[in-house]
Design a protein. Sequence first.
Length: 124
Amino acid sequence: MKDAIGIAVMLNNFFHDLSAAVFFCALIGLEGVRRRSASAGEEAAALARGLERDFKRAAAWSLVFIIAFGVVRTMAYREYEWCNAVERGQVAALVVKHLLFVILIAAAVWRVRALRRGAPKGAP
């Protein structure tokens, strides 16, 4: 049973990291679409609005998954990862990584809000 739980924890950790990658890729895609659609024609602008909506949804859902999988990861961390992490000095690195992640999320939220304030009416 312990092996099965270990595998489940490993899969949870994988999906936590995958969700973080999707989050950042969605933000990069959103920014790229915004920049390139600023001078686009009406047909391209309509396509860009649809892509922006999709990227926003991907970012929002991946953030939900990051938090959900992160809670499980945190609860299982001491039993399944703590010894190796302490021996390798990874705890400080994990703290720094999560602080950077929080800063990046705050910057992304600020950027989306700033873009929304400057966006024309009807823009997503």
